[in-house]
Design a protein around this ligand. Sequence first.
Ligand code: CP
Length: 343
Amino acid sequence: MKSLFGRDLITTQEWSVDELERTLALAFEFKARRFDHPLRDCLDRRTFMMFFFNPSVRTRQSFECAATELGGHAQFLEPKTMRLKTETSAGETVQDAANVMSRYACGIGIRTLETAVDRYGEGDDLLREYAKWASVPVISMAHDKFHPCQGLADVMGMRMHGGKNLKRKKLLQVWGKGALVRSWCSVQESILINTRLGLDVTLAYPEGYDLDPQVTKWCEDNAAASGGRFEIVHDLEEGYKGADFVYSRNWQSPAFYGDMKKVGADAAKKKEIEMAARYDDWICSREWMSRTNNAFFMHCGPVDRGAEVTDEVCDGPRSIVYDIAENRLHVQKAIMALTMART
Ligand code: CP
């Protein structure tokens, strides 16, 4: 099998199923042998550069721990301290920054979510521009379109609890009301990777919360190729019925980007929160979970408790949210070992 050394990871959709399986297998090995795996020093004295245009708990901490546990170091970079060129200010170009960083680092991670960009897709374009010029791998640490590390950690959690073969198991990816006005990235990555792995994925949301049509088209194609199913519903009964996994998360409406431009981020967020508050039923509760096939509850974090999910479900015996958070560490170690170390 071809080596993954040097590969970028912008979305799991661009890696083959075999490559994703190889990554997951190594992540499970790292989980089983956290400090004594034969690859534990594979990034000995290497540095992974991390650009955060937006805040983070899990991603920053898990990448820092991952680099440390592989014998290397992760450097936290705040782009505003770096004199980078933007559309409105002079500064260093991506070409130069990426080339220079490639002389220092074994890999570059970038997080750029909706409030750091002017239009949907600009974050994805930025990652691809870095990937074009960098001679080391560029890894998405969550951007406006995708969150590949999260998608892999979700699958790892589902397999820990549901077994390795999840083909034809039902994943309900359901919109939840909330005050955090969430990105599309984790949700889009989840429906992409799970349709590729042959699950039956039901995407449920109130009318008006459509995701990227290119992504939902890929999900249809993925399901046709994997033998799974992909459907979109706007009805909670239909969504929860028979689900094996429930992943409840808020996401912003497609109008959000335009509103940010027109009235600014704060006013656009206020509008989204007011709109979301209308959908009282769209919270993952014990009542809704009772319609499922004793489903596991999933979330990528941070959880908006009392909005996306009740405490009772989030803290209940079928919740796997902390396992999924832990898995970020194991999958990122696997990604780094495979793409950044000559293993
Ligand atoms: N799930 C996730 O990426 O969490 P953070 O935003 O805390 O990094």
